[in-house]
Design a binder for this molecule. Structure first.
Ligand code: BGC
Length: 402
């Protein structure tokens, strides 16, 4: 009900009813079961219920954190050449192997071989959040503060004067309880984390569950849920950096985003509140464009939140990489997509096989609510209240085009 109420608030605050009606259609998925949500966002998912994964994902050591805690790496396979590795450190996707048009599996995400890569001073300084689960609040909260029910809350600031991706120790840097398993759709990894009242300045004990599922029809599904004992802002996402090319930069990837508007941001990447039509701008991905085609017209590169309004049954975004033929479709119950083109990567970080992660080495499609929503009364609300359950589903579906 939370999302329904917030979207109605949003509708009453704006007159552009046509685009918002589409958002309402997306938001209504939050009222249905995960299976219904999946069917609504991706018709092709429905046939996976025929498949039963007999075995749970395998696990192996992913090394020790700096405070000496052993963390694990869980590898999910789907029998069709897809393999995803996820560590309980930050719930991070460290590797995702997907076949190209010749059927040869290759790495399509940026990551490291063990936990030390995610804890190195260089990684901490660069702060790219490769593959991690992001919370309690994805993206920025201006000046690290917000007022809720008449009380002002001050958050840990970690991005100049702002709070980014949860604060100094966000959900990307904590150890999650992990439970590998299977479902009718495929192998699963269930991760849970209790974010304590006051953590990073946020109110309420927030109990978070994230389930990763790798399905037989080549989809990586992420189901998020959360409950709280005090009202709190919540905005959960995953920060995978994709590169479907197998080594080149991502500028040649062809992208489509089903969004007629995007959030205009200020110099600190905080939304100004203006929802600008993409038409006639380099932000118009309603038809396919390569990332590189117009990126020079966007100061700093793409790092913006699009207001998703896909037609019923259509994905929120589609990506095609012509040299390998790989494709990726993103579908979500979330209203926004943070499309970030790795603008701050500068080559100081290197991957598991020595790959240099330079500028535009990967792109992110972070499905989420809009940045700074706790301070923007006209945006869809991100406030979760006691007695409510946040539910959100995003799927990344992979394929090839010959
Ligand atoms: C943000 C970027 C940030 C990146 C890595 C993205 O979600 O929008 O501004 O640099 O995450 O932290």
């Amino acid at each position: 009900m939370l999302f329904m109420i917030s979207y109605f608030r949003y509708l009453s605050a704006h007159s552009q009813a046509a685009g918002l009606a589409a958002l309402l259609a997306v938001s209504s998925c939050n009222q249905s079961t995960p299976a219904e949500q999946t069917a609504a966002t991706s018709p092709s998912m429905t046939d996976t219920t025929q498949t039963t994964a007999a075995t749970a994902p395998v696990s192996a050591s992913f090394g020790q954190t700096q405070d000496g805690t052993e963390v694990q790496l869980y590898t999910l396979t789907n029998g069709h050449g897809l393999k995803v590795s996820i560590t309980n450190y930050g719930g991070t996707i460290t590797s995702l192997l997907v076949p190209d048009k010749a059927g040869k599996p290759g790495e399509i995400v940026l990551g490291f071989a063990d936990v030390s890569g995610y804890q190195s001073p260089e990684f901490r300084k660069a702060g790219p959040y490769f593959g991690a689960l992001i919370g309690r609040y994805g993206n920025r909260i201006a000046k690290g503060r917000f007022t809720l029910d008449g009380q002002e809350y001050t958050l840990a600031k970690n991005n100049g004067e702002n709070t980014l991706h949860g604060g100094k120790i966000g959900f990307d840097k904590v150890i999650w309880q992990a439970e590998p398993g299977t479902s009718a759709e495929g192998q699963t990894l269930k991760l849970t984390y209790l974010s304590k009242d006051g953590e990073e300045g946020y109110p309420g004990n927030l109990s978070v569950t994230v389930v990763y599922t790798l399905t037989a029809d080549d989809t990586l599904k992420i189901d998020y849920s959360a409950t709280t004992d005090k009202a709190t802002p919540v905005n959960l996402t995953n920060h995978a950096y994709f590169n479907l090319s197998g080594g080149k930069d991502v500028l040649g990837h062809e992208v489509t985003i089903a969004a007629d508007r995007y959030n205009v941001v200020d110099a600190g990447l905080i939304p100004t509140g203006e929802l600008r039509p993409v038409k006639g701008t380099p932000f118009d991905f309603t038809t396919p464009h390569t990332i590189g085609e117009r990126i020079a017209q966007v100061p700093g590169g793409y790092d913006h939140n699009w207001l998703l309004n896909p037609a019923a049954g259509q994905p929120a975004a589609t990506v095609y990489e012509p040299t390998t033929g790989r494709t990726m479709q993103v579908s979500t119950t979330e209203p926004g997509l943070q499309f970030y083109t790795g603008n701050f990567l500068d080559g100081t970080l290197k991957g598991a096989k020595g790959q240099v992660y330079g500028k535009h080495a990967g792109f992110c499609m972070e499905t989420q609510h809009f940045p700074d929503s706790p301070n923007q009364p006209t945006f869809p609300s991100t406030i979760l209240k006691p007695g409510q359950t946040l539910k959100s589903t995003t799927i990344y579906k992979f394929g090839v085009r010959q």
